[in-house]
Design a protein around this ligand. Structure first.
Ligand code: ADP
Length: 281
């Protein structure tokens, strides 16, 4: 075995030079280790996301989507490769509060009212109390929860709780919003309504979105670009640009170009019968 340091992997807080904006991930790999057990989650993932754009990550369950998102958010250690968020390392971007992450569950504290829950992230920052309150109320308004400020989580529906989680992230005024299946637990109508609210909010705030989703329709509806991942260890196998601009309506889902994007993504994700038959032969 060579002990040449130059061959060692570069750890993730190395910022690629000359890339000041957006998100850039270069050759990122990740192996989870527990005792002697190892799980290779990601294998050489690379992609770029321009600032102000919306990108979805889609792929089979367990392919490493959440891991990739968590690496960009700097909440998981041990990845190799390079990543930059707004020209900073993920760590620096997190410390400078450029990033907010919305997870699969709302993560609300049952003993806090809505305002207290939305304020949670901000309380860990140096933002003065008066500005914190202003931001919390603005974020609550943005997600359509005005009038529910004094409600406890058990008094809110699933959709309202997810809106609250989004409000908590927005109150941080992040340049980069990372979302991990934020609408997965919701019924279809609520999900669709929140999809459009998210588009409106992103437009108002000029926020860059990186979204993990299982839904092909959601990926096409929300994104400028969709990244398709292979089964674990995840790699980016396809990149599709979705050129519908930023003003999208529910009718877009019936547009033949929308249906064609969905079909293309579906065939990238699912082997066709012929492929299956061929590999079984
Ligand atoms: P996805 O989001 O695509 O479903 P994940 O990123 O959650 O995939 O997981 C990718 C792989 O890494 C899975 O095999 C999962 O079991 C494994 N994994 C995820 N988190 C951990 C962890 N903290 N420790 C060990 N293995 C993990």
């Amino acid at each position: 075995m060579s002990d040449n340091k130059a061959n060692e992997p570069k750890y993730l807080d190395t910022v690629p030079s000359g890339h000041a904006f957006g998100i850039r991930v270069s050759d990122v790999s990740m192996v989870y280790r527990r005792g002697h057990a190892q799980t290779a989650a990601l294998d050489g993932c690379s992609f770029e996301i321009p600032e102000g754009s919306r990108t979805s990550l889609i792929g089979p369950s367990g392919c490493g989507k959440s891991t990739l998102l968590r690496i960009v958010a700097d909440i998981v250690d041990g990845a190799t490769g390079r990543a930059a968020v707004g020209g900073l390392s993920p760590r620096q971007a997190r410390l400078e509060q450029k990033i907010a992450l919305v997870g699969q569950t709302s993560g609300m504290l049952e003993w806090r009212k809505l305002t207290g829950n939305v304020a949670l992230g901000l309380e860990m920052t140096s933002v003065p109390r008066k500005e914190r309150l202003e931001r919390v109320h603005h974020a609550i308004e943005l997600v359509g929860l005005k009038g529910f400020e004094d409600r406890y989580p058990h008094e809110l529906s699933g959709g309202m709780r997810q809106r609250a989680a989004i409000a908590r992230a927005l109150a941080l005024r992040p340049r980069f919003l990372l979302m991990d299946e934020p609408f997965g637990a919701l019924d279809e109508i609520t999900r669709l309504r929140l999809n459009f609210e998210l588009l409106r909010i992103l437009e108002e705030q000029g926020t860059t979105l990186l979204l993990v989703t299982h839904s092909i329709t959601e990926a096409v509806l929300l994104s400028d670009r969709v990244l398709v991942m292979s089964p674990r260890p995840g790699r980016i196998t396809h990149t599709y640009d979705i050129d519908f601009g930023h003003h999208r309506t529910a009718e877009l889902r019936e547009d033949p170009r929308f249906l064609a994007h969905e079909a293309r993504l579906r065939s990238a994700l699912l082997p066709t019968t012929t492929d299956t038959e061929r590999s079984a032969a």
